[in-house]
Design a protein around this ligand. Structure first.
Ligand SMILES: [Zn+2]
Ligand SMILES: [Zn+2]
Length: 319
């Protein structure tokens, strides 16, 4: 019998199976920014027609978009977000937050967020739904939940790098973060390291990623500053992978993806992972709050002002 690999059941994995793809993230971003029609999505993303078309079909099959006819003769369609897609909103805010803090792409494109409820410019803060304090990765412990288990990973054959050819000129707000979030393997590896699995073999076992791909992704994560190597043993020298400040700040992105995955892709038995917020001792239900008034942010509550170098600031993301 051929060796069957299994990976730890996880809502992050399932969420990444849906959105952990660079081309998909660019399409979602264009729709968040107001693109509705195929031609608009294609222009904004700068991707090939066939790639856009394929990803749109997947997004519809996964229940993130619906096609709505806006003209009968000839038949023409708009692409609209579903509720499920809208609920990725907090993940998107956490990606923006990371990008603002760490990306080298921010000189090109930046975004200012205004909380319509309090009327102030704000930063989105990942917060504990119970004590309302800011969430730091070091303050979160985890336990196996009722849905824990192992499953066969369904690695699709799509190429992970598709859509990346335009990154040099990419004016995406998720310039750099999408390189990591848009790569399911990178996301899975970080999940492992966040759950304190730091050695090559531990990560391999946890993720089911083939050795050569795993080496390659670990090197990339070291190169782009998400991980660093630390020798935990001499003669022979053995290394483990540790998180940098950049990746500690990436934690809220994974946390919001986990929450989204738990809601839409939970095992029938319940969530595979239970998180606890150490400062208050309660089960962690993450929210995203306004840095000015502290209120939880809802999708319709935010006005975005986008500025791109060499362009006048334009209002986008209009509701
Ligand atoms: Zn708390
Ligand atoms: Zn506010």
């Amino acid at each position: 019998m051929a060796e069957q690999k299994f990976i730890r059941t996880c809502s992050i994995w399932r969420a990444l199976g849906v959105v952990g793809d660079f081309a998909t993230l660019l399409i979602l971003e264009s729709i968040w920014q107001g693109a509705r029609r195929f031609s608009e999505i294609q222009t904004r993303t700068g991707m090939l027609k066939a790639l856009v078309s394929g990803r749109l079909k997947q997004l519809i099959a996964n229940g993130l978009l619906v096609k709505v006819a806006y003209s009968e003769t000839p038949k023409r369609y708009d692409y609209r977000m579903t509720e499920k897609c809208m609920e990725l909103y907090w993940t998107a805010l956490m990606m923006l937050r990371w990008e603002k803090k760490w990306s080298s792409g921010q000189e090109k494109t930046s975004v200012q967020l205004t909380h319509k409820v309090c009327g102030h410019v704000f930063d989105p803060v990942p917060s504990c739904g119970h004590c309302e304090k800011e969430i730091f990765a070091r303050d979160v412990t985890w336990d196996e939940g009722p849905g824990v288990g192992w499953m066969a990973p369904s690695y699709s054959r799509r190429r992970q790098g598709e859509g990346r050819q335009n990154v040099a000129e990419c004016t995406s707000l998720f310039h750099e973060i999408a390189m990591v979030t848009g790569d399911r393997w990178a996301g899975l590896i970080l999940r492992s390291v966040f759950t304190r699995l730091r050695k090559f073999d531990e990560i391999r076992k946890d993720t089911g990623i083939a050795t050569n791909i795993l080496s390659d992704r670990l090197n990339q994560l070291v190169d782009n500053g998400f991980l660093y190597t630390h020798a935990y043993q001499d003669a022979p020298t053995r290394y483990e992978y540790r998180l940098t400040d950049r990746s500690w700040d990436y934690y809220p992105v994974l946390l919001m993806l986990l929450q989204w995955g738990d809601k839409w892709y939970a095992s029938p038995e319940g969530p595979p992972l239970l998180l606890n917020h150490t400062p208050c001792g309660h089960e962690l239900t993450p929210t995203v709050n306004c840095s000015h008034c502290g209120g939880a942010i809802r999708a319709g509550d935010v006005a975005y002002e986008l500025s791109t170098v060499a362009e006048k600031p334009a209002k986008v993301f209009a509701e």
